[in-house]
Write a protein that binds this ligand. Structure first.
Ligand code: FES
Length: 91
């Protein structure tokens, strides 16, 4: 987890990823759509997470940016209330 990240949302987003294509998942929570890196991490100590999946299917991408299985949701988002969306992640 990146300490400079902000909570983009307190629930995951279903995203179809194609097999064997490298994706760079936003880890800072500042990108426009919250899923893929768009360079918005500049000036933070966050870097996007590169992921390559073996199967084309829908994945639950972590939008709270604190999953222990990042970039995939592991349920950690349940610690964030709606009011915490857009704020700093918890250490
Ligand atoms: S959105 Fe579920 S753990 Fe981050």
């Amino acid at each position: 987890m990146c300490k400079d990240a902000i909570v983009f949302n307190n629930k995951p987003k279903g995203v179809t990823l194609d097999a064997w294509i490298p994706y760079y998942i936003c880890a800072c929570g500042r990108s426009k759509e919250g899923v893929f890196c768009d360079g918005s991490h500049e000036g933070t100590n966050c870097l996007p997470k590169k992921v390559i999946v073996e199967k084309t299917k829908q994945y639950h991408i972590c939008m709270c940016k604190t999953s222990n299985s990042f970039p995939f949701c592991d349920g950690t988002h349940s610690m964030y209330a709606d009011e915490e969306v857009g704020k700093s992640v918890k250490p």
